[in-house]
Write a protein that binds this ligand. Structure first.
Ligand SMILES: Cc1ncc(COP(=O)(O)OP(=O)(O)O)c(N)n1
Ligand SMILES: Cc1nc(C(=O)O)sc1CCOP(=O)(O)O
Ligand SMILES: [Mg+2]
Length: 521
């Protein structure tokens, strides 16, 4: 008999401490479904066997200390990349989990589950072994100061990312939340208490203006970087398990080695997908249902530094008609009459070595030549001169977005292209609804020093699936790679060195125009 050897794929492991929800809507069931959909192997450690249904929580049934201890001991042998926790059911479990996590050199994503979505408190203040408490006890609980204070002093300093909803943030900080600023202060307080980073999950947008109330907003901060993620509210009742799903998706993205800023965006996308695909049953609302790594623009949030950002106030002109195609990035106006007659419809002027009058003269001359050759000219960096001198468009990097007056660019009627390299930057670009999004570097490049690992064709194809914007590929694209890049379906292929350093740039550009046309998807 011939034995077929199958090379087994490897999945990162997320050690997941949570309660079982026997209705299957939240807790471990949701964690396992979400993590599996994102390509993760879940190692589930049960903290409680909760008895709940659509009518509420009947009992919590924390597991005995020894049951938890034996699971933690056995789980320690696994090569887990991240720890994710949900319900920590009593004070004894706080002590046990602290002793466990402080020895682990991996990130810990902690969802501080204080209440079920039906409103019942889920933890107990008893020190240990008061393991079963029923509905009447649950409903008559006083706010549990002991639990909160031990949670804060013993657990918070070990948490890599804590993901409270607004009510939980209020309980943990003791401060009311009524507006965006309160959310930001609550996050600061949680950081000051020792958490390395915080995501405060929102419900309705905290805005006085009714037109903004159909957005859901989450706030992230790690003390270095802070941002708001906003998604349009979905009209669904199938939203059970959202908190567990968010923390699980975040833990999964970290286990897949995404940096924290990207992981938060991915988690928000995953939950939006889960809300879209949530399902119900005959009796009541059902759970969110995350089914795959998120790859749709409909799930992409807008990322902004301000919570009261005027969402949807930007919409830049479509620059892909006629198709952008070959998009040379050049440093002097004199390239324009050499390249435009070869079927090049879009050119970028990227000047890095001029200032003052010579720079102004170069941009003026480029704008004039582009108009003569009916070519769309984007000016890199110098958005004020682009507006003043009447260019077709502006190309901005992420650093430029910090200082550029995007409203002025829109008001002046210019097109806008934005550089992106990761989920965080794409979500940020999305909040401006630009004319195109550039995605790079596709391959290693010698034309610019950058910290990014190249996307390669797989990464570029991912962004093509996600984005409905005209998509520009850039970085290390040359004759041997251009056909494969065109086949991914990108709208524009930007390049510097393959054209400007060629022996015969006109011939090369003409060949590239043909190669793009014959290979485009
Ligand atoms: C099409 C395109 N994509 C990306 C860039 C890079 O722009 P930016 O991030 O502004 O960096 P510099 O080009 O200024 O170094 C680009 N120019 N064009
Ligand atoms: C300027 C620039 N920006 C990039 C990005 O990824 O944002 S890659 C890049 C250099 C592109 O030059 P070449 O075609 O010679 O590789
Ligand atoms: Mg720039």
């Amino acid at each position: 008999m011939i034995k077929v050897k199958i090379k087994s794929p490897v999945r990162p492991v997320v050690l997941t401490l949570a309660g079982n929800d026997c209705s299957g809507m939240a807790g471990l069931a949701m964690d396992i479904r979400t993590q599996t959909a994102l390509g993760i192997h879940t190692a589930p450690v049960t903290t409680a066997n909760t008895a709940q249904s659509h009518t509420g929580v009947d009992a919590v049934n924390a597991v005995d200390n020894r049951v938890l201890e034996s699971q933690l001991k056995a789980a320690s042998a696994l090569p887990f990349a991240v720890i994710k926790s949900g319900l920590i059911a009593n004070l004894q479990q706080i002590t046990q989990i602290k002793a466990f996590v402080e020895k682990q050199p991996v990130p810990w994503v902690c969802d501080p589950v204080l209440k079920a979505s039906s409103g019942e408190q889920l933890h107990d203040s008893a020190s240990a072994n008061d393991n079963t408490f029923n509905k009447s006890v649950l409903n008559n609980r006083q706010p549990n100061d002991d639990y909160l204070s031990r949670f804060k002093t013993e657990l918070l300093p070990h948490i890599s990312v804590i993901t409270p909803n607004r009510d939980e943030a209020v309980a943990l900080t003791g401060q009311p939340i009524k507006n965006h600023q309160d959310v930001e202060h609550a996050a600061e307080k949680l950081l000051a208490m020792g958490a390395q980073s915080v995501v405060i999950k929102g419900g309705h947008r905290l805005s006085q203006s009714p037109q903004f109330n159909n957005w859901c907003q989450d706030y992230f901060s790690d003390g270095n970087k802070s941002f708001w993620l906003s998604s349009k509210r979905l009209d669904t009742v199938n939203s059970r398990g959202t908190g567990c799903a968010f923390a699980s998706a975040l833990a999964s993205a970290l286990a897949l080695e995404y940096p924290i800023y990207d992981a938060v965006v991915i988690a928000k996308m995953a939950v939006h997908q889960g809300l879209r695909l949530g399902y119900g049953h005959d009796l009541a609302q059902g759970p969110v249902s995350i089914q795959a790594f998120p790859d749709k623009q409909i799930d992409l949030p807008c990322l902004t530094s301000q919570g009261d950002f005027a969402l949807e106030s930007f919409k830049f002109t479509d620059c892909n008609s006629p198709a952008m195609g070959l998009y040379p990035v050049v440093d002097r106006a004199s390239w324009i009459p050499r390249l435009a007659p070869l079927g090049v419809s879009t050119i970028q002027l990227r000047v890095k070595d001029l200032a003052d009058e010579p720079l102004i003269d170069e941009i003026k001359s480029a704008i004039k030549l582009a108009k003569q050759h009916n070519c769309r000219l984007f000016i890199n960096d110098y958005w004020q001169l682009a507006i003043k001198l009447g260019a077709y468009g502006v190309h901005l990097g992420q650093e430029d977005l910090d200082t550029a007056d995007i409203e002025a660019i829109q008001k002046a009627g210019l097109a806008l292209g934005i550089s992106t390299h990761c989920h965080y930057e794409v979500a940020r670009a999305h909040s401006y609804q630009p004319s195109y999004i550039a995605c790079g570097p596709v391959y290693p490049t010698d034309s610019k020093v950058m910290p990014w690992i190249p996307h390669d064709l797989q990464g570029l194809s991912y962004w093509r699936r996600v984005l409905n914007y005209p998509l520009t590929a850039i970085g290390g694209i040359n004759r041997s790679r251009i056909a494969d890049v065109a086949k991914t379906g990108v709208d524009a292929i930007a390049m510097i060195s393959a054209i400007t350093q060629a022996d015969d740039p006109e011939q090369v550009a003409a060949d590239f125009v043909k190669l793009i046309n014959t290979n485009k998807a």
